[in-house]
Each structure stands twice: as structure tokens, then as C-alpha cells.
Design a protein around this ligand. Structure first.
Ligand code: SF4
Length: 455
């Protein structure tokens, strides 16, 4: 983690200013990493809008570099990645909050949510009172209601945390270590779930704000596919998507509240059956937009044309490996589908392709590495403009169906070396850039995801 400066205040627009009032309880939702990345994270935005919509509650966002936690009764942390656990400790230390739960004020509740803890609560069980697994829109409101009533009845000094936790431990999607008997995941109906329409962004633009002045539009949750290594099928519940009517309503309402020139589409696999209608609606409204990584076999030329009309100049694909391994890990997309997409992208004048490859799948052979290099080289022939190739080690995650062996760092290094050799005649160059992930960080991230006890 690079050095950072603590921010003195957040100058943002729009924002919900409920302020501090002794009649209300206060919830801080913390993104335990830097502000510039956290502003685009959907989880904190959902909680910020949801909790501020409750009459008796005030909610503020906090970040690693804006981390004052004074005055809050309910303190939540959304963990996107396991490596953010270390930032959690930094934030506690900075606020002089004891790491041990037992030493904290009994009326203060610390909770965790997000993909990392939805996959595995074990590393953080000693430090957090309660976890929200999967979607939290329904369960959080129920939990806050129970808390509010109990705190009003008992007051801070007599608040019994144990009885509070006992009364919420069986709510769907709530996990209280040592009390919840069967873990369950929250799965909300996207059509009726409240949408985070207020999306604060800094007043001053800065190069680090990767998506610029964008409105986040969440189309889908979950994924209809089941790639073995992916966390989405385990943490996000069954595949759901919002209707076109609902999405149009969200776009219209969202743009009345947020002054934005661009929409960023969030969708794990971007396979909404009416995606063309949604893109066309954004184009008709003269909005620029960006789409996530594409499932090559699901995208036709018309969709690519719409993406281009929306102002997006680059496309992202994640072939992961060669065709044999890809099918072996449940990502059933043929090489031909990627080739065909690249030909169309070339014809339609896209400027850049971002491509993600992973090394380290179970049963991966040296021959597979050769096949990956042939595949990549062929892609580079088909697309004549910029290619940004990201080569990563597979990070083992605590999903329901994946390879759970920790990373063998020596083997991973050897495979990176081999791939570098195999690809040496294509890059790096002005046109093709190749980036390798940090094996040490990936190994720690994987270890934390598989960890069976608290840190
Ligand atoms: S890798 Fe993509 S397509 Fe596969 S399960 Fe994950 S989100 Fe779905």
C-alpha cells in the first residue's frame, strides 16, 4: 500500500446531510481502503442510502484515509478483498479502538460484509460481532430495528450485547459467530430492493477517480454461469437482473439527483437479456457509458456497435486460459468466440483490448502454457491496436467448488517465467503491454480466504 494523506473533509455532491441528532443512532460504513477507489464501491453506497432512509438513523461513509469513527454506535466494514483486513486493524488502532471485542463499549456493534467475509468469516470472527452474508438490504434494516428498540429500552450503560446478538442471529443472511447455527445468505429481489440513487463524488476532479463523474447502474447480481474459480456464484446468490422499465426509472431518477455525464454499468457477467434496449436508452439520452468484461460468445456485432456509440473505446475480455483449461474449469467459451469478438472489435475501430489470463489452475500442464501463448499471439494478430494483457496467478478462494490449494510460490514464479519466454516475441511494445500480478500478495490473499481461524 502506498503512502497516503488523511483527508480533512469530504467535499462531495450530492450528499445526504442528516447530521448528528441525539434522537438518532449513527452508523458508519467503512470502505477499508483509499477514498478514490471506495467512492465507486456499490456496497457502501447501498448502506449509505438505505440507512439514511430510516427515520431513526444517520449514516456516514468512511475510508482508510478518512477514518474518524467517533460517535458511531454501529460500525460496518465492507471487505472486497482479504488484504483489506490489515487496513481494518490500522483503522481500529488509529481510532484507539481495542482489537479485542470484549474490551470495547458493549453498546457499540462492529459488523462486516462484502465478498471476502461472505466467502469466509473465520479470519475476522474474533474482531467483529456480526456478519452480513450476501445481500444486506433486507437483513440490515431488520437488525437495526432490533438494535434501536433495545438501546432505547436499556440505555447505553445497561445494553446487553449478548441478548441483542441472540435476537438477531437467526435472521436470514446474518451470521453471529458462536450463535448462528446454519449460515445463510441474503438474496434480495432486485426489482423491489431500494436503489442507491444518491452517489456522492468529490467536487474536485482528479485523475485517480477512475470512472470520472459517473453514475453507477447495477443491472445484475449473481451469474448464470458457474466458473469454478469465481467467487460470484458462491457469494451473490442466484442470477437476478432488473427489468428494463426499472432500470430506465433508476437512470432518470439518478440523473435528476446526480449531475453526471456518464454511466458505469455494474454486472458480473453482463448477460442481461435486454442489454441492447438498455444501451440504446442511454444513447438516446446522450449519455456516455462503460460496460464490464464481456462474455465473448454472448456479444454480437450490434451490441458492440452500441458500446462504441456509448463512447467506450476499449473492451475487456477474460479468457483466463487456453481452451482446454477453460472448459475444464467450467468457463465454456471457445477460442473461436474470442477471435470472432476481436475481429468485430477491429472492424468497429475499438482502440484497445484488455485481456485477463490466469496461471495456476489444477491439472494445468506445460503444454497448456504453450497453448495460452499461441492463443494470445493469435489475438494480437487479429487486433491491430493496443492490447493490455494482464497475467495473474489463480488466487484460491473459499468458494463452493474451486481448487483450494494454497499458491505454490516457486511453481507460480516458474510458470510466469515460462509464459514470459513464450511471449517474448510479442511484447512488451508500444502496442502490447504485459503485466504480471504480484505473487506474494496473491499468496497472502489466498491464504486469508482459506484461513480456518481468526487472524
Ligand atoms: S467468471 Fe464471469 S461468467 Fe464465470 S461465474 Fe464468474 S462472473 Fe460468471
Amino acid at each position: 500500500m502506498r503512502e497516503f494523506k488523511e483527508l480533512k473533509e469530504l467535499k462531495e455532491n450530492p450528499s445526504i446531510e442528516k447530521g448528528w441528532d441525539s434522537k438518532r443512532k449513527n452508523l458508519a460504513i467503512m470502505f477499508p481502503n483509499l477514498y478514490y477507489g471506495g467512492i465507486y464501491s456499490l456496497g457502501p453506497l447501498i448502506i449509505y442510502n438505505l440507512v439514511n432512509g430510516l427515520k431513526d438513523w444517520n449514516c456516514e461513509r468512511r475510508f482508510l484515509d478518512y477514518s474518524d469513527l467517533k460517535g458511531f454506535e454501529f460500525l460496518g466494514f465492507t471487505f472486497q478483498y482479504e488484504l483489506d483486513y490489515f487496513n481494518f486493524f490500522k483503522i481500529l488502532d488509529k481510532n484507539n479502538i481495542p482489537r479485542e471485542k470484549e474490551k470495547r463499549d458493549s453498546w457499540k456493534i462492529f459488523f462486516g460484509g462484502g465478498p471476502a467475509v461472505s466467502l469466509n468469516t473465520a479470519p475476522m470472527e474474533e474482531y467483529l460481532d456480526v456478519f452480513f452474508l450476501g445481500d444486506c438490504e433486507d437483513s440490515l434494516v431488520e437488525v437495526l430495528d432490533v438494535y434501536s428498540k433495545q438501546l432505547d429500552e436499556e440505555g447505553k450503560e445497561n445494553f446487553c450485547k449478548k441478548s441483542f446478538l441472540e435476537s438477531i442471529c437467526n435472521i436470514e443472511g446474518v451470521y453471529v459467530p458462536g450463535m448462528t447455527k446454519v449460515k445463510s445468505y441474503g438474496v434480495v429481489n432486485l426489482e423491489t430492493a431500494p436503489y442507491p440513487l444518491v452517489q456522492p463524488l468529490p467536487l474536485e476532479e482528479n485523475d485517480e477517480f477512475v470512472f470520472g463523474k459517473s453514475f453507477i447502474l447495477e443491472l445484475e447480481r449473481g451469474c448464470p454461469f458457474n466458473c469454478e474459480f469465481c467467487v460470484i456464484p458462491t457469494t451473490s446468490g442466484k442470477f437476478r437482473y432488473r427489468s428494463v422499465e426499472k432500470l430506465k426509472e433508476i437512470i432518470d431518477d439518478g440523473l435528476k439527483i446526480n449531475e453526471r455525464e456518464k454511466v458505469v454499468i455494474y454486472a458480473p457477467s453482463f448477460v442481461h437479456p435486454k442489454q441492447k434496449d438498455i444501451l440504446q436508452y442511454l444513447i438516446d439520452k446522450k449519455l456516455k457509458f462503460s460496460v464490464p468484461s464481456l462474455r465473448a460468445e454472448m456479444v454480437d456485432e450490434e451490441t458492440l456497435k452500441l458500446i462504441g456509440l456509448g463512447g467506450q473505446k476499449s473492451l475487456t475480455i477474460a479468457p483466463e486460459s487456453c481452451e482446454r483449461v477453460r472448459f475444464d474449469i467450467g468457463k465454456q467459451v471457445k477460442d473461436e468466440a474470442y477471435y470472432s469478438l476481436l475481429e468485430k472489435a477491429e472492424k468497429l475501430n475499438f482502440k484497445k483490448i484488455k485481456m485477463y489470463i490466469m496461471i495456476g489452475f489444477e491439472n494445468e500442464t506445460e503444454e497448456d502454457l504453450v497453448e495460452i501463448s499461441k492463443f494470445v499471439k493469435h489475438c494480437c494478430k487479429l487486433f491491430s491496436r493496443k492490447i493490455s494483457l494482464s497475467i495473474n496467478t489463480l488466487v484460491p478462494k473459499n468458494t463452493t467448488n474451486s481448487n483450494k490449494k494454497p499458491i505454490d510460490k516457486k511453481l507460480a514464479k516458474a510458470k510466469f517465467k515460462k509464459i514470459k519466454e513464450l511471449l517474448k516475441d510479442i511484447g512488451p511494445s508500444g502496442r502490447i503491454k504485459i503485466k504480471f500480478s504480484n505473487i506474494n500478495s496473491s499468496a497472502i490473499e489466498g491464504k486469508l480466504s482459506l484461513e480456518e481461524k481468526s487472524l
